[in-house]
Design a protein around this ligand. Structure first.
Ligand code: SF4
Length: 348
């Protein structure tokens, strides 16, 4: 663990780096070179910057640190999923997951250490929110998974989902800065259309994203379109309820024209009745959307939350399809290593 008061050099943007070099009496162009080492080439150490003189590297090390992550532990599932326990510079740990399918490799990344929300079915909710991740810490998770994808699957990472630990919209600025760097040519050069930010539904921030005309995709963990039920499983719903969420999503669609994906788990005795499916259809109708029905992975023996029967899932699929709403049933990945949705909680 690093203990230093020096500033993380990756908190500086390109212009600030150029200005730093100017203030040191050096060519501003050095700032571009260092910026490229930090982001495009993911340097962890100033000594890696071989086109920078030794003297300048020493000067940089006297002013700054590079706070990078370390993959502390990597677990591979029988289905090919890889879960990483990622150690941050201050010793805290988050998790990220590589999910390979026939055509894609997806990185599921964390945005906070723990979570400030309290979804009853989620393992991460049991860890109190300790801090937000910095843009570089989010970026580094993507870099680490891209390397694993190349190493184990002979192909680069194709997609990113913000579905790991934390609520990304509660760390809005850092998540957006990380995405900017991931998409920039001097970063990883990924298309924003391959990135999905998944939120439990924070209306104010959804509106803000819409105003900023972001290009990535939006997914909402809905899990119930019945107010009382949603509040019982996602208590923050009491503060900003379904109507407010719906208004914000409509605003998103009107501004961006981008279809909304709803993530939805069907639990036995909670939301497995025809009236629950009917409420979901009614909620989906106001804007083009699709529904992912996700398999649930019980936490702590699953006394309170149990995956609904195949019959109930079938009822949902039929109800949605009849109403012309696209629905996909997603089998969970990485269950044997607790890497599936809702299971990330630093157990490793
Ligand atoms: S489901 Fe997401 S928003 Fe809810 S507690 Fe878990 S990490 Fe936080």
């Amino acid at each position: 663990m690093e203990t230093t008061d020096k500033k993380d050099i990756r908190a500086l943007n390109r212009n600030e780096l150029r200005e730093f070099f100017l203030a040191q009496g050096q060519d501003a162009f050095r700032g571009n070179q260092v910026y490229e080492w930090l982001w495009k080439r993911s340097a962890h150490n100033f000594d890696e910057m071989t086109n920078i003189s030794k003297e300048t590297r020493t000067m940089l090390a006297a002013h700054f640190v590079i706070n990078h992550i370390e993959v502390d532990q990597m677990q591979r599932s029988a289905d090919g999923t890889i879960k990483n326990a990622v150690r941050l510079h201050d010793g805290l740990v988050v998790e990220s997951v590589l999910i390979p399918t026939e055509k894609r490799t997806t990185a599921c990344v964390s945005s906070q250490v723990g979570c400030s929300l309290d979804c009853k079915f989620c393992a991460t909710a049991r860890l109190k929110r300790m801090r937000n991740l910095h843009p570089g810490e989010i970026y580094d998770q993507v870099v680490a998974i891209d390397r694993q994808s190349r190493l184990y699957y002979n192909r680069p990472l194709s997609n990113i989902v913000f579905m790991g630990m934390g609520e990304p919209l509660m760390n809005y600025n850092n998540v957006l800065t990380a995405i900017e760097k991931i998409c920039a040519p001097e970063g990883l050069g990924m298309s924003p259309r391959r990135i999905t930010v998944s939120t439990s539904g924070v209306p104010k921030m959804i509106r803000k994203m819409a105003d900023e005309m972001v290009k990535f995709k939006l997914a909402v963990s809905l899990h119930s379109a019945v107010e009382k039920t949603r509040t019982s499983i996602m208590p923050f719903n009491a503060s900003f309820g379904l109507q407010e969420l719906r208004d914000a999503l409509l605003y998103w669609y009107q501004k961006t024209g981008s279809r909304i994906t709803y993530e939805y788990v069907v639990w036995e005795g909670i939301n497995d009745k025809p009236e629950d499916a009917a409420a979901l259809v009614a909620f989906c109708r106001f804007a083009p959307s699709k529904v992912n029905l996700i398999e649930y992975n019980p936490i702590d023996g699953g006394e309170a939350f149990r995956q609904a029967s195949d019959q109930a899932i079938g009822m949902y699929v039929e109800t949605l399809e009849k109403s012309g709403i696209t629905v996909t049933v997603r089998r969970s990945r990485g269950k044997d290593i607790d890497a599936a949705c809702g299971q990330l909680a630093n157990k490793s």
